[in-house]
Design a protein around this ligand. Structure first.
Ligand code: ZN
Length: 470
């Protein structure tokens, strides 16, 4: 499958709605000489008086979406025939681990390329223009996933900015394979300059000492090689287990990893154990991060957490509490940087859910009881502008308001009738988009100023999209 064809450069998008405004606007895009990507030159009121079809509301334009945390190599294992014998039979975490290890033994570069393309094609048509993609490096897959990811990164670069995580899902300081896994990680970092991020999983080490060595090694290595750092951390709901977040913050502080010393950032993912923290403990985390100027973000992975992160104690048979980071509270109450990610799709760890960040924002309304207009805006930011900034792809503020100077990575929501009944319910506010995400055929994506349409015609296209003559 080839990457999508992008239309010519857009010079303007006319008569569209923006977040928080009932009136319509024009967005002009300028292209610096010899640059394939444009920048927003101006956002001005739309005063066109030519008669149009007033029965169809103007499309809403928001910033494009971002995957801050997605496993490219394990995506859609359930959709590939060669793994049909590995579909869940019990659905337990142990089964997911062993079936995934078995599947990984069969991974080949063409196979990862194919499943990766499914992920990219669907994500981009949902409106994703940037992603942090995890690919595993260990004794089972060696550099197979990494090789495939670097090819996809290059082939799809016009449509999506893929940030590659060289990821140790397996132990690197314990078990009989620790040494070999570490060796493969180090070789990967030497041989693949395309790697942007170092990722590890301290909780898979067999002892707490090995987990701490894992953390220290990853921090040192990322600092030395000038890469971003990303931990899968504290993935349990067991108050008897030491939370390793304290050790990570201590390690960063000791080594002087500050926002002013480097542009590289640190992400902590899952962290379900932190849902058992008291308010005081959350305040302490926030204080340590702010006082030491640590560029730390958290990513909540609710589709995986809801499926897998259950409490170990089951006193009552039907009492199965789930735990997932409470992202809006972390942002508003504790002034932390927090975003939401899809994590896994179509595999034993997360068999449900689409690779659509908007679906996550929608899920957030229910999980966090976040039903106000402000909540919707914040949830959209968490899968869009905040997610992009958290993975270090933009330093700009997290607002979804479009402004001069920003990159024209945009998502337009159209109103094509999908019912076959000749009626289409309007969907013109951020809240409406988050509460009930529009189908992919109603989303057009603009990437660096170039249009990727949904492939379905739209009567408004001619009046809205204006292309350069090239
Ligand atoms: Zn993950």
């Amino acid at each position: 499958m080839p990457p999508p064809t992008l239309r010519n450069k857009l010079t303007s998008i006319k008569g569209v709605r923006l977040a928080g405004s009932p009136s319509t606007w024009n967005i002009d895009i300028h292209y610096p000489p010899d640059s394939p990507r444009g920048i927003i030159q101006s956002v001005t009121p739309h005063n066109d008086t030519t008669p149009g079809d007033d029965s169809i509301p103007a499309p809403l334009v928001l910033p494009a979406l971002t995957h801050p945390h997605i496993h490219l190599d394990k995506a859609f294992v359930h959709s590939a025939r060669q793994y049909a014998h590995l579909l869940p039979s019990t659905g337990s975490f142990q089964e997911a681990l062993s079936f995934t290890t078995e599947a990984k033994q069969q991974f080949t570069v063409p196979d990862v390329l194919q499943r990766g393309e499914w992920l990219l094609a669907e994500s981009i048509s949902n409106g994703v223009t940037a992603m942090r993609a995890f690919v595993e490096v260990d004794h089972t897959v060696k550099h197979v996933c990494l090789e495939a990811a670097t090819r996809l990164q290059n082939q799809w670069k016009d449509a999506c900015e893929i940030q590659i995580v060289c990821f140790a899902q397996d132990p690197i300081f314990s078990t009989q394979y620790g040494e070999e896994n570490m060796d493969l990680m180090q070789k990967a970092l030497e041989e693949y300059p395309q790697i942007d991020v170092i990722g590890t999983t301290p909780y898979v080490e067999t002892t707490i000492e090995a987990a701490k060595r894992n953390i220290d090694w990853a921090v040192d290595c990322a600092l030395q090689l000038d890469k971003h750092l990303d931990f899968h951390l504290d993935y349990n709901l067991d108050s008897g287990k030491e939370a390793l977040v304290w050790y990570v913050l201590h390690s960063l502080e000791q080594r002087g990893w500050t926002s002013s010393a480097t542009t590289k950032r640190v992400m902590l993912g899952h962290c379900t154990r932190h849902t058992l923290f008291t308010d005081d403990e959350w305040c302490r985390i926030s204080r340590i991060i702010h006082e030491n100027d640590l560029p730390v973000s958290f990513v909540g992975l609710p589709t995986s957490d809801l499926y897998m992160a259950a409490s170990p104690e089951q006193k009552v048979p039907h009492d199965r509490p789930r735990g997932t980071l409470r992202i809006p509270e972390m942002i508003r109450k504790h002034d932390l940087d927090a975003v939401m990610g899809v994590n896994n799709v179509g595999n034993a760890f997360t068999p449900w859910g689409p690779p659509d960040p908007l679906f996550l924002a929608c899920l957030g309304v229910g999980i966090y009881q976040a039903g106000t207009q402000d909540d919707a805006r914040l949830l959209y930011e968490c899968v869009s502008t905040r997610a992009r900034a958290a993975i270090g792809l933009s330093s700009s503020p997290s607002s979804i308001d479009l402004k001069k100077g920003q990159s024209p990575d945009l998502l337009l929501f159209h109103h094509r009738d999908l019912t076959g009944c000749g009626v289409a319910r309007p969907c013109g506010t951020v809240a409406e988009v988050v509460w009930d995400p529009p189908a992919t055929v109603n989303r057009n994506v603009v990437i660096g100023g170039r249009l990727k349409s949904s492939g379905f015609s739209c009567s408004q296209s001619e009046s809205i999209y204006h292309f350069s003559g090239e």
